[in-house]
Design a binder for this molecule. Structure first.
Ligand code: ZN
Length: 183
């Protein structure tokens, strides 16, 4: 694979890359680090809290999240509810869903003008590789746990329009059609 990270851009639905299941990254090379850096930059530019590699056209199991600390969110609490800095998750696995399955409005940088209610467990554990090539485990809840689950779905080619409640699907029907027509 040879990618110039500077050329990466966020792709929007119905771009084919969003429907291609991503492959494991394995070894964390300088190229992987450069891609992750660029993804963090693109996430900030777009004012998002998460971005997955398929959203920049790369079928790799890698995503970035940044849910900044706030009054009700902490990067040091247990479980964590925020990230102290933008965090890269390589070859992530999510386990141990706990707590109620809650609805929350979600948006997606690849689905402009669409937000809909998605049901997800409140509390999960993620295991992933960091940019140094080491595996780490975080247990989180709230918006951060939701962000992890949303981004992991991207690696499996799943979008919020596939999972949102029936009512949200109806509400977004014309916006989805507009995106499909503009492709
Ligand atoms: Zn998304």
């Amino acid at each position: 694979m040879s990618t110039d990270p500077a050329q990466l851009r966020i792709v929007t639905y119905p771009h084919a890359a969003l429907r291609e299941p991503a492959k494991p990254v394995g070894t964390v090379t300088d190229e992987v680090r450069a891609i992750a850096d660029r993804m963090v930059e693109l996430m900030f530019e777009a004012e998002g809290i998460g971005l997955a590699a398929p959203q920049v056209g790369l079928p790799l199991r890698l995503f970035v999240c940044h849910v900044p600390e706030a009054d009700e969110r902490s990067a040091t609490a247990s479980p964590v509810t925020a990230t102290a800095h933008p965090t890269v998750y390589i070859d992530p696995v999510i386990t141990s869903p706990e707590g109620p399955i809650l609805p929350m409005d979600e948006g997606c940088l690849s689905l402009p003008d669409i937000t809909g209610e998605v049901l997800r467990p409140e509390h999960v554990t993620i295991e992933a590789t960091n940019l140094h090539g080491d595996r780490f485990t975080h247990t989180g809840e709230g918006l951060l746990a939701r962000c992890w689950q949303h981004e992991l779905d991207h690696l499996d080619a799943v979008l919020i329009i596939d999972k949102m409640t029936q009512l949200s699907r109806l509400k977004n029907r014309s916006a989805i059609r507009r995106l499909e027509r503009s492709a």
